[in-house]
Design a protein around this ligand. Structure first.
Ligand code: ATP
Length: 516
């Protein structure tokens, strides 16, 4: 490094000197007069060429991931891992599972004396935003280890050997800075199953990763943590003992965990008395830790925007709506006719959802947000892990109720049901292909088979969708007066909350589910 700097200095000085020589022609001095101008020009060009060549040669393409190629960035990452288990809410069983690894990093001698080998690779898998990176950082924080972050996509290169070299550099660095944690996010980018058509560069990178993981000896306190959303895609060689042999599922938080996550993310925020964190946890069913963190942050921003000293429940409700339904469109230019269609569509969802008791309707709105012109906010009363076939059918009927209401009231259908159809189709596909809930019988049908004989599956799916849709039609037909009441109130007020919806239902003697 020092040599390079001296070389650069010499080149710059010589260029400056030759430039002075040329200028001397214009402003002559007795010392330089002996050299002729041609000679001076040649020297100037040679110096300039040397300098340009030198700079070019030293500007090699980066061969290591950004995090490794710059000490400064690496240091930043290392400091940023002062996350501890206190910052990770919920996930108690995972923290317990990781205690052993932490103990090994903190006191590896104990294990070595016993001749015990601690697992070198841990794989976190699960949906995005559930805290996988956070957990890895917390392990580094708890053990005061160097945290080296790399994303799988950083190793994906066009040129054969570059990805493999990056892997080598990463592991070399980890060994040098041990105790250390290598965290490879999106490991599926390099670790997918190899097959005949897979590409050479990716295979080399994966092979290098396997070699590096085998190459650790028991003295090295380096732990490799991988994270993926798709465990099913990973190569078996990567998952076998000695490599990523501990697989830990990090899923969406349950109600208690959501409450704890919200508490962690509101710890340093001034909340007023209207806020009941457990109530907020209840109505954020299905949301990930990242989304909950986002809601807490949005609520704080909304409070600042409203010039308040404390965050109140209205700020939280607005933040939940913002995260769940998207950004509110200011001054929307929706035609009156379209507004009426949207109000009927949303009223259809709310009506069928309430009658079939699919989730609790929290709010119905026809204020456009994100890409949707209206929405129904609803959440289940409790966390559910098993759903019956009937409950799935009810869900599908609720999803198709918007389209059913449009057809019944206007005799015409619109493009507004696009998202509903895709959600309903997804559930039905799982019923047929994964849950054995169709007349195809008790079987799981994989993607490969779906491609071979889609027609049989399509017929089954269509049967289920038609049944659910017809049910929505009959429920709405029997309760048309309630549908119109909800729709008219929506046209008047643009949004209705759960109490107002209850009031409407009380006015009508008995909402009927005519299908039961
Ligand atoms: P991806 O698969 O997309 O990489 P991830 O599972 O690695 O996502 P993280 O990056 O760890 O998710 O989480 C994003 C953010 O969400 C965290 O920085 C944190 O603020 C918040 N978060 C997620 N889970 C938790 C949790 N259990 N406790 C506290 N905060 C959490």
């Amino acid at each position: 490094m020092k040599k390079k700097k001296i070389m650069l200095l010499i080149l710059v000085i010589s260029l400056v000197a030759v430039t002075i020589l040329i200028f001397n022609k214009l402003y002559p001095s007795p010392i330089w007069n002996r050299k002729n101008i041609k000679m001076r020009m040649v020297m100037w060009i040679i110096s300039l060429s040397f300098l340009t060549y030198y700079l070019k040669v030293n500007q090699k393409p980066q061969l290591v991931p950004s995090i490794l190629s710059s000490d400064r960035i690496a240091d930043k990452e290392r400091h940023s891992s002062n996350v501890t288990f206190d910052d990770v809410a919920g996930l108690e069983e995972i923290k317990e599972e990781l205690q052993e690894t932490i103990d090994f990093l903190n006191d590896s001698g104990k294990y070595k004396r016993m001749g015990a080998k601690i697992p070198k690779g841990i794989l976190f898998y699960g949906p995005p935003g559930t805290g996988k990176t956070l957990l890895a950082k917390a392990v580094a924080g708890e053990t005061n280890s160097t945290f080296l972050y790399a994303s799988g996509s950083e190793f994906v290169e066009k040129y054969v050997g570059v990805g493999a070299k990056r892997v080598r550099t990463l592991f070399e660095r980890a060994k040098k800075e041990a105790p250390s944690i290598i965290f490879i996010d999106e490991i599926d980018a390099i670790g997918t199953r190899r097959n005949l058509d897979s590409n050479n560069e990716k295979d080399q990178t994966l092979n290098q990763l396997l070699v590096e993981m085998d190459g650790f000896n028991t003295d090295e306190t380096v732990i490799v943590i991988g994270a993926t959303n798709r465990l099913d895609l990973l190569d078996e060689a990567l998952l076998r003992p000695g490599r990523f042999d501990r697989h830990i599922y990090v899923g969406n938080p349950n109600r208690k965990a959501r409450e704890q996550i919200l508490r962690v993310h509101t710890k340093n925020k001034p909340l007023d008395d209207t806020i009941d964190i457990s109530e907020i946890a209840k109505k954020t069913h299905g949301l990930t830790g990242a989304e909950l963190a986002n809601i807490a942050n949005e609520a704080a921003i909304i409070a600042v925007r409203n010039k308040k000293d404390y965050i109140n429940i209205e700020h939280f409700n607005a933040a939940i709506e913002r995260v769940l339904a998207g950004l509110e469109v200011k001054n929307p230019t929706v035609l009156l006719k379209e507004k009426k269609t949207v109000s009927i569509h949303e009223a259809g969802h709310a009506l069928v959802s309430k009658i079939l008791k699919v989730d609790m309707v929290q709010k119905i709105s026809i204020v456009p947000r994100g890409q949707s012109l209206g929405y129904v906010l609803k959440f289940p009363e409790e966390d559910r892990y098993l759903l019956t076939k009937q409950e799935l059918m009810d869900k599908i009927s609720t999803l198709l109720a918007g389209r059913a209401a449009e057809e019944l009231v206007f005799g015409e259908i619109t493009t507004g049901a696009k998202d509903d159809l895709s959600k309903a189709t997804k559930i039905v596909k799982e019923m047929v292909c994964s849950y054995g809930m169709s007349s195809l019988g008790l079987m799981a049908i994989d993607e490969h088979y779906t491609k071979l004989d889609f027609e049989a599956i399509r017929i089954e799916m269509q049967k289920i969708l038609d049944e659910a849709y017809n049910r929505s039609i009959s429920i709405i037909r029997e309760n048309l007066d309630i549908l119109h009441h909800i729709s008219n109130l929506l046209m008047e007020k643009e949004s209705i909350d759960s109490e107002e919806l209850d009031e409407i239902f009380k006015l009508y003697q008995k909402p009927i589910d005519c299908a039961t």
